[in-house]
Design a binder for this molecule. Structure first.
Ligand SMILES: Nc1ncnc2c1ncn2[C@@H]1O[C@H](COP(=O)(O)OP(=O)(O)OP(=O)(O)O)[C@@H](O)[C@H]1O
Ligand SMILES: [Mg+2]
Length: 175
């Protein structure tokens, strides 16, 4: 019997242990700055899945990311058109699934060609299109802190894959 070749072996996608990591932000600028810190770590095929209530700051973070990738256009919410493309160091595909019930509308526009392929995909309301998210997805959850802190947000990074965990480790150790 021959040894299994690397192609025969299942790809190790899961990290040995999955940690989530949270930071607090106290202004839209600080949330944008986290997009700026994430941008240089990203590679083609990375997928960022955003979760969090209306107005929590998902688009704000994507704005910081697009800017740091070198996009010239200003970032607005793609709620009605489903996807915006920003050209920078890598193309950024920005989706918003708020109006969708499931993944079918995004499949209809061929979204899977943009997700986990040659650029960076950001999906707001990603919980509505879970079936489109590849294993390497990094999840970013934004939540409000308290009514006493209207500009306070918690930003939590998570994801079980080796790629998501590597990004979290890099962010944690970024000075
Ligand atoms: N710490 C903060 N981080 C991000 N946004 C903040 C913060 N504090 C206040 N804001 C305000 O909250 C709003 C966030 O709006 P944004 O469009 O980014 O939210 P969203 O999560 O994309 O909402 P939606 O679900 O409608 O797409 C902005 O008006 C922003 O100025
Ligand atoms: Mg938004």
């Amino acid at each position: 019997m021959s040894e299994p070749t690397p192609q025969d072996q299942p790809q190790l996608e899961l990290a040995p242990s999955a940690r989530s990591w949270s930071v607090l932000t106290s202004s839209p600028q600080e949330t944008e700055a986290w997009g700026g810190r994430l941008a240089p770590l990203l590679e083609a095929g990375d997928v960022l899945a955003f979760r969090g209530d209306l107005g929590a700051g998902k688009t704000t973070l994507v704005r910081g990311l697009a800017r740091a990738l070198g996009a010239k256009e200003s970032v607005s919410s793609p709620t009605f058109v489903l996807m915006h493309i920003y050209e920078g160091r890598l193309p950024l595909y920005h989706f918003d699934a708020y109006r969708l019930h499931d993944s079918s509308d995004l499949y209809n526009i061929g979204a899977e060609e943009y997700i986990g392929t040659e650029g960076i995909a950001c999906l707001e309301w990603s919980e509505r299109v879970e079936s489109l998210l590849p294993p390497q997805t990094l999840y970013l959850e934004l939540s409000y802190l308290s009514p006493q802190e209207p500009q306070g947000r918690r930003l939590t990074f998570s994801g079980p894959s080796a790629r998501a965990q590597a990004l979290i480790e890099e962010l944690r150790h970024d000075p």
